[in-house]
Design a protein around this ligand. Structure first.
Ligand code: 48H
Length: 258
């Protein structure tokens, strides 16, 4: 078969545009393709929810591939081991209840399973604002990351969804935007973002599922963003909480949407 460069170009343009256009209306937009966002996207898509994941970076995975100080291993505790199994991630027991997995394999498996379950994953797109109607969050305002990096004055476009998940990690970027743009209080005890506290793995990991919830109408938080929004500690390179939080936020939305 003789290869034609124009067909290659057309294929990329047509199919990307088809997917992008189809993603303009969805059930759930997950902002952030770290471990929590990917896990959420997987469980949501698996349950038949139309799921779009938007990631600012070129590469998917957020803080996961980097492991701990660039040692590309992650630790997962007993309570979340079943999620490693669900994603076919290999691991070994280091000490009782502490499982070690490759951060690269983990990232790859989370990404592949989310995509194969049907989540549409877009990299190189940043959410720069949200849509709000009355007191409801109704979607995301997006732009190319490259436009932001080049500091170009170019208007964004919008995506509508029934639910938005802030899975942006330490920065809680989406909740920050919402906090700034509403007159209301957030659904946190102070009505504001409470801020991430310093390292305490045990406390952080045990509380994260409790903090994985709706933080404003139709806006949910998961992963590190959940602890940051609700004023809990960070945990270092243990990732079980991220996986459990991703699963929990998916369950909350599935339950709400039924
Ligand atoms: C599009 C965006 C935007 C935006 C950010 O940081 P992440 O890996 O987040 P989690 O919560 O899945 O996992 C946290 C974990 O990686 C971690 O940092 C831990 C456990 N730290 C503990 C500690 O003590 O340090 O992923 C968030 C993703 C990133 O890929 C960002 O690029 C992306 O969100 N993102 N994407 N639009 N506005 N903001």
């Amino acid at each position: 078969m003789k290869l034609d460069e124009i067909t290659i170009s057309k294929g990329i343009i047509d199919i990307y545009f088809r997917d992008l256009k189809d993603s303009l209306e969805s059930d759930v937009i997950v902002v952030g393709g770290g471990p929590a966002g990917l896990t959420a996207a997987y469980y949501l898509a698996k349950a038949g929810k139309k799921t779009v994941l938007l990631e600012r970076a070129l590469k998917i995975g957020g803080g996961m591939p980097g492991g701990g100080i660039m040692f590309n291993k992650i630790v997962v505790q007993e309570s979340s081991r079943f999620i490693l199994d669900e994603f076919d991630i290999n691991y070994e027991e280091y000490e009782k209840g502490y499982y070690i997995a490759s951060s690269i394999e983990s990232t790859a498996q989370l990404t592949a399973k989310a995509a194969k379950a049907g989540a549409k994953i877009f990299n190189l797109i940043s959410v720069e604002d949200v849509m709000i109607r009355g007191d409801q969050i109704t979607g995301a305002v997006i732009n190319w990351t490259a436009v932001q990096m080049a500091n170009l004055h170019i208007d964004p476009i919008t995506m509508r969804s029934k639910y938005l998940i802030d899975a942006t990690g330490h920065d809680t970027e989406i909740v920050k935007i919402v906090e700034r743009k509403i007159e209301d209080r957030l659904f946190t005890p102070t009505g504001k973002i409470m801020g991430e506290k310093s390292m305490w793995a045990d406390n952080a990991e045990n509380i994260i599922e409790e903090h994985t919830k709706e933080v404003y109408n139709n806006l949910f938080v998961c992963g590190m963003a959940a602890n940051a929004a609700f004023g809990a500690p960070r945990m270092g390179p243990i990732f079980g909480g991220m996986l459990l939080s991703g699963k929990k936020v998916a369950e909350l939305i599935i339950e709400r949407d039924n």
